[in-house]
Design a protein around this ligand. Structure first.
Ligand code: BES
Ligand code: ZN
Length: 440
């Protein structure tokens, strides 16, 4: 079977890690990955109660050669809203050199780049040119508890010179990039309670506290109209980008209007005045609201003061913000912003610090050379506003940097309807990983 046929098969599995009704599909995806890794001498599916499986594999038959730890995730984000997809999210469709499906880019297509390069090398040369450990998780999109417990307790088993991760984006079509910085995240829910039960908004409107209104007040107390987060102490530890980094970013090919129109699709960009888009998305923290539950959201009108409201929110963190400190600050700020008659609480779901990679690491240079060779253009060093929590843990627990070579494109629609992966990037990704491993 070709790598493309395999990708189609992999994408058909709805491995949505955050949705308990898909637990069996998540497991099926883990088993699919394990079968794909069966060309390596050792493969195991690692179980933990109540957690999605990890898949571990290794081939350690290249004495004197470096050891790389390849990481990817086989889980995906929920596909909602379904009605906005042009074709069903788990029935991959190929159109104009792109494959459309949930997880096409993030991260099944990119995980399969790593696995396909291994398979190609083994099938052609009968062996791998360096030592390889593979760790693929199924909870990246939903908190990653399993891998977070596994890595610190298996440091010897996972010992390596560097991790290799394909789960980021190129800077632009045809322009290869190594990502050397990711934002961290604090994800949680704000629970707001007002009256003991839903009330008639005419009869009680004017005296009953409204949790939805309270939620709005809390939001605006946490972030102002300039995009500045107004939580006391929140920016204390923020480390600005170095002058060299800022200079390098300013020479990236970037068209503000094109970005606004084609990627964001809004009439204006928002955020902190006086800062570049790179600063705002890569080097500054943010606060975003993902969804609000409560009250009446059906068709037509219903006049009610809801008893409760729940909001899903997250804060993206930058170096050197400490997630635990930030969580304490958020909790205190939510309490301070709670209007009278209301109780409100921030409940943490998961957190991870920002991570950065030393761009002068020798293996990073080799990766850049492999990218440049495949794409025929000089590799650029960028950051990304997204989060890959394991990168920080690989650094902290294993003491290794992560080589973040991503093959996604800015318009691949990660987490959005009609997510896609550009097939030439899929194939070039496999070539790049192969070239990189052979160069060690
Ligand atoms: N692949 C993404 C992160 C990413 C996207 C990095 C684009 C660079 C460019 C990853 O799978 C992801 O989406 N992670 C989540 C993590 C969170 C749920 C802990 C994220 O960033 O929202
Ligand atoms: Zn993702």
């Amino acid at each position: 079977m070709t790598p493309l046929n395999k990708l189609i098969e992999f994408l058909r599995i709805p491995s949505i890690s955050s949705d308990p009704t898909h637990a069996a599909d998540v497991r099926r995806a883990a088993e699919w990955v394990a079968a794909e890794l069966a060309v390596l001498p050792h493969v195991e599916v690692v179980e933990a109660p109540g957690r999605h499986p990890l898949v571990y594999a290794e081939s350690l038959a290249a004495p004197g050669k470096p050891t790389l730890l390849l990481y990817g995730h086989y889980d995906v984000q929920p596909p909602d809203p379904l009605e906005l997809w042009h074709s069903p999210p788990f029935e991959p469709v190929i159109k104009n050199d792109n494959i459309y499906a949930r997880g096409a880019c993030d991260d099944k297509g990119q995980t399969l780049i790593l696995l396909s390069a291994l398979r190609r090398l083994i099938e052609r040369d009968g062996r791998l040119p360096c030592n390889i450990k593979v760790l693929i998780e199924g909870e990246e999109e939903s908190g990653g508890e399993h891998i977070e417990a596994y890595v610190p307790t298996h440091t010897e088993k996972l010992a390596a010179d560097a991790a290799v991760i394909c789960d980021t984006e190129m800077f632009a079509p045809g322009l290869p990039a190594l990502c050397v910085g990711l934002r961290g995240i604090v994800y949680g829910e704000i629970h707001v309670q007002g009256p003991a039960q839903d009330l008639h908004s005419g009869v009680y409107g004017g005296v009953a506290p409204n949790p939805m209104m309270a939620m709005a007040e809390i939001f605006t107390a946490l972030k102002n109209r300039d995009g500045l987060i107004t939580i006391p102490g929140f920016y204390d530890a923020v480390r600005p980008p170095s002058p060299e980094e800022t200079r390098a970013w300013s020479s990236l090919p970037f068209d503000y209007e094109h970005y606004r129109k084609t990627e964001v699709g809004s009439s204006e960009l928002t955020g902190e005045p006086g800062l570049s888009v790179f600063d705002r998305t890569w080097a500054r923290p943010t606060f975003e609201v993902h969804g609000i539950r409560g009250g009446f959201i059906g068709e037509g009108a219903k006049t009610v003061i809801p008893a409760v409201a729940v909001a899903k929110v997250s804060f993206r963190l930058v170096p050197d913000q400490d997630p635990a400190t930030i969580v304490d600050q958020i909790k205190a700020a939510v309490l301070a912003a709670t209007p009278k008659g209301i109780t409100a609480e921030f409940k943490l779901l998961h957190a991870a610090p920002a991570s950065s990679v030393d761009p002068s690491h020798p293996l990073i240079a080799k990766a850049a050379t492999a990218l440049t060779q495949t794409f025929g253009r000089e590799t650029v060093y960028i950051r990304s506003g997204g989060s890959i929590p394991i990168v920080g843990l690989f650094q902290q627990a294993l003491g290794i940097p992560s080589i973040l070579m991503g093959f996604g494109l800015p318009d691949d629609g990660l987490h959005s309807p009609n997510e896609k992966f550009h097939l030439p990037n899929f194939h070039k990704g496999i070539d790049t990983v192969e070239t990189f491993l052979l160069s060690l």
